[in-house]
Design a protein around this ligand. Structure first.
Ligand code: FAD
Length: 462
């Protein structure tokens, strides 16, 4: 019998784990696994704040897919369309014409993108915090602003450079803000005698009345208190209304200018899903059964599977609402990797003709790092603050990042930083690599055109 072709769209938390498990648990006679992603690595997003703060090398917070998925076929490109009716996907590779890939099973796992709002100036001024590129850029940019602040004699320029605004008080926003503030304080205290930590202004803008809902109201309130004690301006119940040319206008009437606005106000399922014929809910997420099969009302879509941030998966450990509707699993790595494993086992069962099992995982709670030696956690009903929570954050994520190779590298980074201190040098020139060469080329005098002189022929008299 011909091996079944399993196409995995996206090599993130869901895609990488599902492909790894399928390639280990199904023989090459049973299945061929093809994985498509425009990036050559899976990004371990929970480590982005530590990568931005310089505690971990950015290279070590990503997992190279070619190294991990040796038994899978890897296609470097973007899935631009899925016609599940015909069981084909269109892939745009890095170069060349689009490919049509046929499949028997598709795993739809392109994750999510930043959920933005039509706020004037946001697109031009803001930056997200979901990718390794954004984390590296933010680190270089923030450190670069310290040099601007330290070298200028103009107080207005300094104040603008040293004002950092984060919009959105969920996991990503709080961890990113707290880690960056910690890094900047450290850098100013050690290496910038021209500046004081009080020169840096940090503003957190959150539309709700609480932050960090993932750790519950009590620990969320504790986090807000800790951030305020560190001098961070926590604005709850406040919205960003405009940020044209860096002029921030808030719903409480306050206005100020900044060079740095980080948007971390939630995520939405990948817009790529619009180019599929798969059923989606009003949020744009692929509708799934607890078995991770895609479902349209009561009709199971044969051979289509989904999980992670792009999927609406009923949480069978939750309490149904008055209409009998179960809540959906939250978009988190905690669910994504576990769903990936359950889905891979169900696909294997489907290939072998045996029964499927539902995904069941009660969210155990969350841990968040708030800078070096600071954290907050609410896990299995246990609430932790400060150093123990921070240790738990590190231990938990160390156990979760895929591959022994990455674990060793991350531990080595942490150990080195313990003895040599973290690195706080900005490498902003990484973002404009052609500039020095361009400048050098601009100073080269243009080549003088030489007109060939015809040889002088002497008239020879006859
Ligand atoms: C800063 C930050 C911190 C976080 N911290 C935590 C935490 O502490 N705990 C926790 O549980 N969760 C955390 N999360 C959330 C968690 O990382 C996500 O829920 C998880 O990554 C979702 O997994 P996924 O596989 O659905 O998507 P992703 O891991 O984002 O993977 C999606 C993949 O699909 C690829 N892709 C996209 N479009 C296409 C396309 N058209 N074709 C092919 N491939 C495509 C992308 O390149 C990517 O590789 C954090 C998130 C962020 C941003």
């Amino acid at each position: 019998m011909k091996p079944q072709r399993i196409l995995v769209v996206g090599a993130g938390h869901v895609g990488l784990y599902a492909a790894l498990r399928l390639s280990r648990k199904l023989s090459s006679r049973e299945a061929e696994v093809i994985i498509v992603d425009p990036q050559p690595h899976m990004t371990y997003q929970p480590f982005l704040p530590e990568a931005a703060a310089g505690n971990i090398s950015p290279r070590h917070s990503v997992v190279p897919i070619r190294r991990e998925l040796k038994k899978c076929k890897i296609v470097a490109g973007e899935v631009t369309k899925i016609s599940h009716g015909a069981k084909t996907a269109t892939v745009q590779p890095y170069v060349g014409p689009a490919l049509e890939l046929e499949y028997d099973h598709v795993i739809v796992a392109p994750g999510s993108v930043s959920r933005t709002l039509p706020i004037p100036g946001l697109r031009e001024t803001g930056v997200g915090f979901k990718t390794i590129g954004e984390a590296i850029w933010l680190r270089n940019h923030v450190l670069d602003r310290l040099d601007v602040g330290a070298s200028t004699t103009d107080p207005a320029v300094r104040s603008r450079a040293l004002t950092f605004v984060f919009v959105g008080g969920g996991f990503a926003g709080i961890e990113a803000l707290a880690e960056m503030e910690d890094m900047v304080r450290d850098a100013i205290n050690r290496y910038y005698p021209e500046l004081s930590p009080d020169d840096a202004r940090w503003v957190l803008v959150e539309a709700a009345r609480r932050i960090l809902p993932e750790v519950g109201p009590e620990m969320g309130a504790y986090t807000a208190e800790q951030l305020t004690k560190r001098g961070i301006d926590v604005r709850l119940d406040t919205r960003l209304e405009s940020c044209v040319d860096g002029l921030v206008k808030l719903s409480d009437g306050d206005e100020f200018v900044t060079d740095t606005l980080v948007w971390t106000a939630g995520v939405k399922p990948s817009p790529m899903l619009e180019a599929t014929d798969l059923p989606r809910n009003q949020r744009g997420a692929v509708t799934c059964l607890p078995t991770l099969q895609v479902v349209d009302g009561d009709r199971i879509i044969d051979g289509a599977w989904s999980a992670g941030d792009c999927a609406a998966v009923p949480d069978i450990t939750g309490t149904p609402d008055q209409n009998g509707q179960l809540p959906f699993c939250s978009p988190s790595a905690q669910h994504a990797v576990r769903q990936a494993k359950r889905m891979a086992d169900n696909i294997r069962a489907s290939v072998r003709g045996s029964g499927l099992k539902p995904y069941r995982h009660k969210h155990v709670g969350s841990v968040a790092s708030l800078g070096l030696h600071k954290g907050v956690a609410h896990v299995y009903g246990v609430k932790l603050k400060g150093w123990p929570a921070w240790m738990m954050h590190r231990t938990y994520h160390m156990s979760r990042i895929p591959s022994v190779n990455r674990k060793v590298r991350v531990i080595a980074d942490w150990t080195l930083a313990l003895f040599l201190r973290r690195e706080v040098v900005p490498l902003g020139s990484l973002h404009t690599p052609h500039q020095p060469f361009d400048e050098a080329a601009a100073t080269t005098p243009p080549r003088v055109a030489t007109v060939p002189v015809p040889p002088v022929r002497e008239k020879v008299g006859v």
